[in-house]
Design a protein around this ligand. Structure first.
Ligand code: UT7
Length: 345
């Protein structure tokens, strides 16, 4: 489809080209810290093996931020790369949204710290917390601001320093996660394609499946809470796995239905990179071909809100996605939360 023939949808929840507005992704960028932690490194830290980690998860390595490198630093580097590719200057940005569960501190927001680091002083700034689904939630929020004519340029970032909330003595979780950030610039560009739809879902009844119990108003930091390990993330892996497959499949189907698309029309599927087996199970349920999938979980592990943002940047950089291609993003995380987005690149 050419830039001069905008898509038309019967379903109004496919918001593309609404009253002459479009939400175009005009730049994407990512950043991962330099330090690589391999499965062999973890074999020296906990009772695990490279074979177990790779066969159960598909992960070979993950990145770890330096002790003086924070979520806002990773986010700012990814943001500057996305801005450069979009040709956007700091003073053009109207709004910064950071999706993260590992903010630099409870307040002020990481988005405000990013604003200062990239010099986008005209922008409003806030964080959102939807765990591994955060990037899709933030895309949907950003899209709403663009389509409602409130803002013209929104910086959406998914960024995490999960190494700061991982219990490095717990083999059940420490092998799974990594640090990194991905960013996109959303803009109203009526002559361009963009985000066709984004959908979100949640189920708070299953909040206990994946959580970090300490540090909030229910359990403020104390000697006891630290000793009990309440400031580390916890997960019921098996239940999370089952729910992830089901929710990602449902979200992907809903986003395709809204856009009147069939999975065979999607050029590139970018699922949340938590576990290769989850990705394959979702792909099978969707009836997707292996060549439609973009997977980088082997390099970075699960980077939560940064996961699909980093993968989207890598898919574009490696020319897996070309102008006009249809791209499906699909995510799942703590909350429980889930979501999917369809982009015409
Ligand atoms: O991003 C948010 C969403 N996250 C997810 O959706 C993650 C979902 N869950 C998963 O990816 C998988 O459930 C895990 C990778 C976490 C676990 O894989 P699994 O195939 O479900 O393994 P399991 O929990 O059934 O554990 C099997 C065994 C256990 O030993 P026993 O009880 O059978 O003797 C574990 O103690 O594997 C053991 N185990 C390990 N062994 C070696 C757990 N972690 C490790 C490890 N190394 N790192």
């Amino acid at each position: 489809m050419s830039a001069s023939s905008p898509r038309k949808f019967k379903n109004p929840r496919a918001t593309y080209n609404f009253l002459g507005r479009t939400c175009s992704i005009s730049g994407v960028g990512s950043y991962v810290p330099e330090r690589i932690v391999t499965n062999a490194d973890l074999e020296r830290m906990v009772d695990t093996t490279d074979e177990w980690i790779f066969t159960r998860t598909g992960i070979k390595s993950r990145r770890m931020a330096a002790s003086d490198e924070y979520t806002s630093d990773l986010a700012s580097r990814a943001a500057l790369r996305a801005m450069r590719k979009a040709g956007v200057k700091p003073d053009q940005i109207d709004l910064i949204i950071v999706a993260t569960i590992t903010p630099d501190m409870p307040f002020p927001s990481t988005a405000c710290l990013v604003q200062q680091k990239i010099g986008a002083y005209r922008a409003a700034a806030f964080d959102i917390e939807a765990a591994c689904s955060g990037f899709i939630y933030a895309l949907e929020i950003g899209q709403q601001f663009i389509m409602s004519r409130t803002y013209n340029t929104v910086l959406v970032i998914g960024a995490e320093k999960l190494s700061s909330i991982v219990d490095w003595t717990d083999r059940n979780t420490c092998v799974l996660f990594g640090d990194g950030a991905g960013a996109t610039i959303l803009q109203n560009r009526p002559d361009s394609h963009g985000l066709l739809t984004a959908c979100m879902g949640a189920d708070g009844r299953k909040a206990d499946l994946l959580s970090m119990p300490g540090g909030g108003s229910r359990c403020p930091a104390s000697k006891e809470s630290v000793a009990a390990g309440l400031h580390f993330l916890r997960m019921d892996g098996k239940e999370a796995f089952k729910n992830a497959v089901q929710a990602m499949n449902t979200a992907a189907q809903e986003s395709l239905r809204r856009c009147e698309l069939d999975i065979s029309q999607i050029k590139c599927i970018i699922p949340h990179q938590a576990n290769r087996r989850i990705i394959d199970a979702v792909s099978e349920r969707l009836g997707a071909r292996p060549d439609q999938l973009f997977v980088n979980v082997e390099k970075y592990g699960n980077t939560s809100a940064a996961s699909v943002a980093i993968a989207l940047d890598e898919a574009v950089e490696s020319r897996r996605i070309h102008r006009g291609d249809l791209v499906l993003l699909v995510v799942f995380g703590a909350g429980l939360t889930w979501g999917a987005a369809v982009i015409e690149w």
